[in-house]
Ligand binder design. Structure first.
Ligand code: SF4
Length: 391
């Protein structure tokens, strides 16, 4: 490995970022195409959430919480010029139909992500979903990766224990200490209580021995806080982390430069002393973040490219062009996901009404390409191959 003290952070030049973005688009999604091993489905179990994070553009509502949607395409969603969202939670029948669809995939590996809203607010359905998928006759012994996205405020040792037999990977959205959590506001509970519960969940997860990682998101106003978050995670006993930038927001040059410099400092520090801490950013071969190629099933059984939900309140027009069908009329999982080129064409069509909106979206993709460049260049400079130091 190179002498780490010789290395200083580098900001990729705009022409290099453009070239990298073009390469990523040409390569296509790492998750779609003939060579992809896995089909994944994200499940929008509820639109209820304990928090209201400033960087979250998912359409959340407590109206209809606890009421099962009938699972037919909700006509109110596209009734207005600006698409809305269905009311209620995903029913047991809808979640089973969604799993049936995933199981019709021909891929040798399957992935299922519990998402929302906050999935722990539909705990009984989560357990039902996982047990149904795990024991499904069409699974045919294929490996199934279960990813549980959570804000951590409702985690208990009993709940974690309940899912232990299924090797769930817990993706804990966590932004650090009191100050870091200033963009994550308590909604159904006081903010201080939410922060206390999130901190307590670190201990509960560690004591349980399950696989988990901290998923941290920095909005532009906190672009320079990569190292603060990273140091906090290591001191708090977090075993693994993925650092992300918020999409759908305007990043100034100074903010994105600060993020990219922080990212490199974090990688270099980690290369010096991995000490068993797993930094997922080394394995950054994801799609340019706003163009996520995964498919999500909404509470009413409608299937979308997941960006339709991630950016629901920010770019509601994308829901029309990202809609892929409904469980009622989708016989096979194959062919459901768009390629990156198709996704970008749909995005351009969806946001054609406003060049500024399209520019914000595109800038998010460019930042994703810059992040990718930084990771690849840092690995090259350090002579690191594979998943990162210590992997
Ligand atoms: S915890 Fe997740 S779903 Fe809830 S507001 Fe925050 S980012 Fe959105």
């Amino acid at each position: 490995m190179s002498n780490l003290t010789d290395l200083s952070p580098v900001i990729p030049r705009p022409e290099h970022v453009d070239r990298r973005l073009a390469q990523l688009m040409r390569r296509g999604s790492a998750n779609v195409g003939q060579s992809a091993q896995m089909d994944r489905l994200m499940m929008m179990l509820t639109r209820s959430c304990d928090l209201r994070c400033a960087y979250c553009f998912v359409g959340l509502s407590e109206d209809g919480y606890g009421e099962a949607h009938d699972g037919h395409a909700d006509p109110t969603v596209f009734a207005q010029a600006t698409p809305g969202m269905p009311r209620g939670d995903m029913s047991s029948e809808t979640l089973r139909r969604a799993i049936d669809l995933l199981m019709r995939s021909e891929r040798p590996e399957l992935g299922l992500q519990m998402f929302g809203g906050e999935p722990t607010r539909r705990w009984e359905q989560v357990v039902e979903l996982i047990e149904y998928a795990w024991n499904h006759p069409d699974r045919r012994a294929r490996p199934i990766e279960l990813l549980f996205t959570t804000n951590g405020v409702n985690l208990t040792a009993e709940r974690i224990e309940r899912l232990k037999p299924y090797s769930v990977l817990w993706q804990f959205s966590l932004d650090g200490d009191e100050r870091g959590s200033r963009f994550r506001r308590g909604h159904l509970l006081p903010h201080d209580t939410a922060v206390d519960r999130m901190q307590n969940s670190i201990r509960v997860l560690n004591e349980s021995g399950v696989r988990w990682f901290m998923n941290s998101t920095l909005p532009p106003a906190a672009g320079g806080e990569v190292m603060t978050r990273y140091r906090w995670a290591r001191e708090a006993g977090v075993p693994a982390m993925q650092m992300n930038y918020a999409t759908g927001m305007t990043w100034s040059d100074a903010q994105s430069d600060a993020y990219l410099i922080g990212l490199q400092e974090m990688l270099l520090d980690h290369a010096k002393r991995p000490d068993g801490f797993d930094l997922f950013n080394w394995r950054n071969n994801a799609d340019p973040a706003p163009l996520c190629a995964d498919v999500i099933c909404d509470v009413d059984g409608t299937l979308y490219q997941c960006g339709a939900i991630f950016h629901e309140r920010r770019f509601p027009e994308l829901k029309k062009v990202y809609r892929r069908g409904h469980l009622d009329d989708t016989p096979a999982f194959g062919g459901l996901r768009l390629t990156l080129d198709e996704l970008w064409a749909a995005t351009e069509a969806g946001l054609a009404y406003d060049a500024d909106e399209l520019r914000v979206f595109e800038e998010g993709m460019r930042l994703g390409a810059a992040v990718d460049l930084v990771v690849q260049v840092t690995k090259r400079r350090l002579g690191i191959q594979g998943g990162g130091p210590g992997m």
